[in-house]
Design a protein around this ligand. Structure first.
Ligand SMILES: NC(=O)c1ccc[n+]([C@@H]2O[C@H](COP(=O)([O-])OP(=O)(O)OC[C@H]3O[C@@H](n4cnc5c(N)ncnc54)[C@H](O)[C@@H]3O)[C@@H](O)[C@H]2O)c1
Ligand SMILES: [Zn+2]
Length: 343
């Protein structure tokens, strides 16, 4: 059992990481009215049993999928919250992956100007990434995560046992973000990630710790929180150009290869680092190539990035494992060349 205490602008909150925690959630939820929100996949697996533990809770179920991370889902939740008798003293519990956490967190941030919010992440990605740091929000038809807020949770409850039912492909996507955290700040994570039989608790705990250390220093993403975007400039372009047929974690995996290759190309790190990252990703079953995606189209997608001020490119790159750096003004031809090498 581990408790990581996070200091955040709205107050401190704990992250509990403990196998079997889901069966003892009642010990962690404040008395009073609460609603558990989950999706159609997770309701029968965990949602019903969880809600039954809580003396004054209702279960609300939203459809499963990124396409439901919308204002419409949020609007439906507001109505359900009123019907469930949730007032400002109530608690909203999000049980699910990043989609549930982001959507329900945004509803909790805005319903009655904000109610207590507990995150129970059930994917590896949500455990190590989206449930920590306070970013919540929804997509618009015009783009992902275009509407949102900072809403710090009151608590994050992580039960690594639930990963047993997570589909292997989703697990690998979470592993890509976990490896990203390893590259940013904890080389030991890279070794742990390769031990498929090891209990996931330690992996989760160390990956969470990396994110916590960063968001505590920079809660509103003014500077070093950007390091968490290692590989993501490439990843977002891959997702966009592929029409979102690539899962985010798989795009991140290729993005990590591209970012380390670009780092080596600019002599920030040596070639060996780029090679070892690529081999590691391949060994855990993640993609390392862009395949049929066109490097020019990918570059065009990248250049719409809000952070590329006046067309100047901006990447998070690596000097070495644990030493990320923000680099601006990389030449287009160099970036395209790196992507051609990944075809
Ligand atoms: N807020 C942030 O800081 C932040 C950071 C990273 C990503 N995100 C967001 O997270 C979302 C992606 O989250 P995700 O990767 O968790 O995907 P997801 O929430 O769509 O979950 C993936 C799939 O796994 C299923 N699932 C979840 N837990 C399960 C379990 N224990 N057993 C069986 N099935 C399970 C879900 O029902 C879903 O079908 C994106 O919308 C992304 O924008 C947010
Ligand atoms: Zn990501």
């Amino acid at each position: 059992m581990a408790i990581i205490q996070v200091s955040a602008p709205g107050g401190d909150y704990p992250i509990h990481i403990e196998a079997g925690l889901l069966q003892r959630v009642n010990e962690h939820i404040p008395a009073g009215r609460c609603v558990v929100v989950t999706n159609t996949t997770l309701a029968p697996l965990y949602g019903k049993a969880l809600t039954e533990q809580l003396p004054d809770a209702s279960l609300l179920i939203i459809p499963d999928g990124e396409q439901f991370k919308t204002l419409e889902t949020v609007a439906n939740l507001y109505v359900e919250f009123v019907r469930a008798g949730l007032d400002r003293s109530g608690t909203v519990i999000a049980l699910g992956g990043g989609v549930v956490g982001d959507t329900v967190g945004f509803a909790a941030a805005t319903y009655m100007r904000g109610v207590r919010f507990v995150q129970i992440p059930t994917t590896l990605l949500a455990m190590v990434d989206s449930s920590v740091g306070g970013k919540v929000g929804v997509d618009l038809p015009e783009g992902k995560n275009l509407v949102g807020a900072f809403k710090q949770p009151d608590k994050v409850l992580i039960d690594p046992d639930v990963l047993a039912t997570l589909p292997a492909r989703e697990r690998r996507c979470g592993l890509a973000e976990t490896l990203k955290h390893g590259l940013i700040a904890d080389p030991g994570l890279l070794e742990l990630a390769e031990q498929p039989d090891a209990a996931p608790g330690e992996l989760v705990q160390r990956a969470v710790q990396v994110k916590v250390n960063i968001v505590q220093q920079d809660p509103y993403e003014k500077d070093i929180r950007a390091h968490l975007n290692l590989g993501h400039t490439f990843a977002h372009a891959i997702e966009q150009v592929s029409g979102y047929t690539w899962p985010h974690g798989e795009a991140v995996a290729v993005g990590l290869v591209a970012a380390t290759r670009l780092s080596a190309r600019l002599s920030l790190c040596d070639e060996e680092l780029a090679k070892s990252v690529e081999q590691l990703l391949a060994r855990v079953g993640l993609p390392t190539r862009i395949g049929a995606l066109d490097p020019d189209a990918l570059y065009a997608a990248m250049s719409t990035d809000k952070k590329w001020q006046s067309g100047q490119s901006r990447f998070i790159l690596l000097h070495s494992i644990g030493q990320p750096v923000i680099v601006t003004g990389v030449e287009k031809s160099v970036v395209i060349d790196v992507m051609r090498g990944l075809q």
